[in-house]
Ligand binder design. Structure first.
Ligand code: GCU
Length: 694
């Protein structure tokens, strides 16, 4: 339900209440203060879990048996003494948590950090963990953002959980209760900013009326320490400002963006920054006005390339406008030209990001972060880490993940994503032959960058489950946990989420763990093997099998499947050259079919269906077997879930069951569509005799 993992459900019998504080001192009582929110949240949580109502005040003695929450400096001011040194050396958004029985100290480096600490303490209590603890914790990176893809008309791009909680009919909703509740969820997982409108932005978002409207969203976010960000439409100077150009070097355009930025900060002094999708998914380079007036199916988004300016010049336009206010610019690397002709063996959409951005390394202003999707194509079930992470040594970078399961079953299939994300984060790019994990690149650590972090596309809507699926919420929860600490264990995160969401029953925890941990491998098995991408319908829905839509379309998500062979040859020696975008050690691994892991074989190599894998199977037999195995696993989820009847409230039990039954059925549709497709195209029978006519 709406409370998601913040239910504060009473603990089951057998969990004796610990020594609890007898009062709460929250060192700031102003309504918009996260410290004030922390006090109220502590009260609400302890009330829910233990049925005990504590008094909250903003002053008092830091006696034993009190829970004190505030910033380090508020603490010093209130009590005249310094907390321990660990608390004094916190970084931005970090907190110090000290629980000694009924004496609790929660101190943030800033107010947001104090609120994070309060949620952490409540998360322990709600999980029945009453240990004494004493530690400081700091975020891996300063940017821990959410990107909503909500449109001004209230629809959500790739939204599967109802309409927008922010917008309707071209404006901001008058009732922002859900937006406030969302901010509460986000702050509990330490997300510090949310962009509320779609990357395919509409210029009307920043008209005077809507700036006031999004200002109201920022107002309901503020008590939770969540800052507001906005996506921009690069062509706004022409559409909204009535200028004849949107050239980033034009004085009128510069003045336009300075003015817009001023208007935004007048209303929202703590505005986080801009997100820019420019020159994306386009048919380059049509004229500026043609970009706006054409009704042709997806012409791409306007950007600096339309004026022969560089992407860095485009990004710096906004960076300079926003710098005086301390804001940042997230500039997306999802820039590629539509590729009309698959007949060209060396054409490859995967090359685009490095081709466009690497030459600009060092030209982006310091408050620009280049936001890079995890793989070179588009949130597929299996991709290698984007090589762009290894090619920007003098540029801030951030990782873009997608909680929205656009190609991954759209929240009707259970797919727990952290294990997929970890294949990217834990990938060692070996830049300059040194350890260069993606997780250390995006935090800024590897290349000593001042800024960095991550953004996740999240498609929550008005549905009571937020995402349209109870189980899908583990992905949102896990994103926040990982963005704080990219080395956190996927399974431990999942189990924390499960306890908070469904309670402490061991069978429930074990079952949801088994299902979730098996879910991404199962989905990969029936939707796209060996790095050939996800064989969804590419043209419209991105849902359900449609393998024939990958090839012979301008979208460049090709598999090059013919009667004898399959796969993209991305080698330097004979293919698109993509493997050469990685540093030498990694390039050498992917260049050679022998050292390319099976799960990326078809990403990097074009082979016969009879090619032997390291497993000893042929490619085609692997296809057949994997699809049967994946569908079989999806069927097991139904029985596993059914075994939890009575251990979970009926409403959520039935809701999840419905989805698992759907997934089981749909996995058969996937299985049969794909095995038959490859059986038809290759004419090679299945060793086990399951596929084709006999
Ligand atoms: C995907 C998605 C689009 C989205 C795009 C993006 O291609 O299908 O709806 O606009 O990604 O990330 O910009």
């Amino acid at each position: 339900g709406l409370q998601a993992w913040l239910r504060y459900a009473p603990l089951p019998a057998g969990h004796n209440a610990p020594a609890l504080p007898s009062s709460i001192i929250a060192l700031n009582s102003s309504a918009s203060s996260p410290v004030n929110t922390a006090g109220q949240e502590l009260q609400k949580g302890i009330q829910g879990i233990f049925g005990k109502t504590l008094r909250v005040s903003s002053t008092g003695k830091a006696t034993s048996a009190a829970a004190v929450v505030g910033t380090v400096s508020q603490f010093q001011k209130a009590f005249g003494n310094s907390p321990v040194t660990d608390a004094l050396s916190l970084e931005e958004d970090g907190f110090w948590l000290n629980v000694q029985g009924s004496t609790v100290q929660i101190l943030g480096q800033n107010e947001r950090g104090a609120l994070y600490g309060a949620f952490e303490y409540l998360s322990m209590l709600a999980q029945g963990n009453f240990s004494d603890v004493q530690y400081a914790t700091n975020p891996a990176a300063p940017v821990r953002w959410i990107n909503s893809w909500d449109n001004m008309d209230g629809s959500i791009t790739r939204g599967f959980g109802g309409n927008s909680i922010f917008f309707a009919n071209g404006g901001v909703l008058s009732n922002l209760t859900r937006a406030a509740e969302y901010a509460r969820l986000l702050s509990s997982i330490r997300i510090n900013a949310a962009v509320v409108n779609d990357v395919n932005a509409n210029f009307t978002t920043i008209n005077p009326e809507n700036i006031q409207g999004v200002g109201r969203i920022a107002d309901v976010f503020r008590p939770y320490g969540v800052q507001l960000g906005l996506s921009l439409d690069f062509a706004s100077p022409m559409e909204l400002g009535n200028l004849s150009t949107y050239d980033p070097l034009d004085d009128g355009v510069i003045a336009f963006w300075d003015d817009i930025t001023q208007q935004i900060y007048d209303r929202i002094p703590d505005f986080a920054g801009y997100l820019v999708k420019a020159d994306s998914e386009g048919k380059f380079f049509v004229s500026p006005s043609a970009m706006l007036n054409s009704t042709e199916f997806n012409l791409g988004t306007p950007g600096p390339l339309v004026y022969n300016r560089t992407l860095a010049q485009g990004a710096n336009l906004f960076a300079q406008a926003i710098k005086p206010f301390g804001g940042i610019v997230m500039y997306r690397a999802f820039v590629y030209n539509q590729l009309p002709d698959e007949a060209i063996w060396t054409a490859d959409r995967a090359n685009a990001a490095v081709d466009f951005f690497q030459p600009l390394d060092g030209q982006f202003d310091d408050n620009v972060i280049v936001q890079i999707k995890y793989g070179p194509i588009d949130f597929q079930v299996r991709e290698p880490a984007s090589p762009l992470f290894a090619n920007l040594l003098e540029t801030n970078t951030a990782l873009e993940l997608q909680v929205a399961q656009e190609y991954l079953g759209q929240q009707t299939h259970l797919v727990y994503l952290p294990p997929l994300w970890r294949t990217i984060l834990d990938f060692d790019l070996r830049v300059q032959n040194q350890s260069s994990f993606v997780r250390d690149v995006i935090t800024g650590e590897r290349f000593k960058r001042p800024l960095g972090g991550s953004a996740a596309v999240v498609n929550v809507g008005l549905n009571d489950t937020w995402l349209g699926s109870h189980l899908a919420m583990s992905n949102l929860y896990a994103y926040g946990r990982l963005a704080w600490d990219w080395t956190s264990d996927s399974e431990e995160i999942l189990q924390d989420w499960t306890r908070l969401t469904f309670g402490l029953d061991e069978t429930v925890i074990d079952t949801i763990t088994q299902m979730s941990m098996a879910s991404w491998p199962a989905y990969e098995n029936y939707s796209g093997n060996l790095g050939e991408q996800t064989l969804n319908d590419i043209l419209y829905t991105h849902f359900g099998p449609n393998p024939q839509t990958l090839d012979n379309t301008p979208w460049g998500q090709w598999t090059r499947a013919d009667h004898t062979s399959i796969g993209m040859d991305r080698t330097v020696s004979n293919g698109t050259g993509f493997s050469g975008q990685y540093p030498p050690e990694v390039a050498a691994m992917f260049e050679d079919i022998e050292t390319t892991p099976d799960n990326l074989l078809l990403w990097f190599h074009h082979v016969n269906y009879t090619q032997k894998l390291k497993s000893g199977k042929t490619v085609i037999q692997h296809f057949y077997d994997a699809h049967y195995e994946g569908a079989e696993t999806a069927h097991q989820f139904v029985g596993m879930w059914e075994s939890l009847k009575g251990k979970i409230d009926d409403e959520r039990f039935e809701d999840v069951l419905y989805r698992q039954v759907f997934q089981a059925g749909h996995s058969i549709v996937w299985r049969d569509a794909i095995v038959n497709f490859y059986n038809n195209i290759s004419g090679i029978p299945d060793d086990a005799g399951r596929v084709g006519h006999h």
